[in-house]
Ligand binder design. Sequence first.
Ligand SMILES: [Zn+2]
Length: 268
Amino acid sequence: MRRRGWIVPVAAFILAVIALFSVYAFVFPGRREPLAGSPYTLIIQPNVSTESVDLAKRGLLIANDYLIKRLGRTITTPIDVRLSGFTPCTPFEPIPQLAATGYADARRLCINTRSRVWKSAAANPWIPLALVAHEHFHVLQSQMGCLPPRARKEYAWLTEGSAVYVGWRTVIEADEVSAERAEELFNRLLTSRGALPRLTTYEREIEGDAAYTLAYNAFQILIARGGLSSYMDFCTRVASGENWRAAFAQAFGLTVDQFYAAFESSRR
Ligand SMILES: [Zn+2]
């Protein structure tokens, strides 16, 4: 009978820890604030600053403007825009200080306001604005069906290169930064990791600022002829089940291997 004396409190303690962890990992507590005249509802965690909220709102508005101007369409379905301050954007991630910069799927996007990129807002507000536009574009990709889950990635550099492109073009065209200043940053990011491997090595996975900038450069060259709409054509094709290499050749007018060869010779 004595045993019961400690089993109950220990079990209660374990249950409490599990419950707390579940809230931390799976729930995104925060106050909801709809962004007037848009399909976005911000979910703001208590330790996120007013400046961060304003920055996120501005990012969403210019991201919308850019897509409407360049593609004649934007996101029209209700989207939750999570501003993370103390719980991670996705379950099983570490604390926000160590977690990914952002996340997006067809119904929500999330910005980690504790990330290094977001903190660069103090000196360069255009960098986090580009991040919002980047994640916002991932929502559109996801809704179109060309944002494959992690395990099924085949053209990762193209997915990220296009989102980086949309992010930077959004802030440049909104006059948040000059093209020259942005170019300086790209060159710095590109060389920050020394010599990078061939673009083809980034089909399954791509990580880090340097590789993202390489993908951005490739994307810019790829759409020089057909513009952003040639990429949207690629998206529509892969979403309908076409093999990505066949979709690439149809949308961009050259094969993946032809493009890799031309791109690698332009890097020398
Ligand atoms: Zn991305």
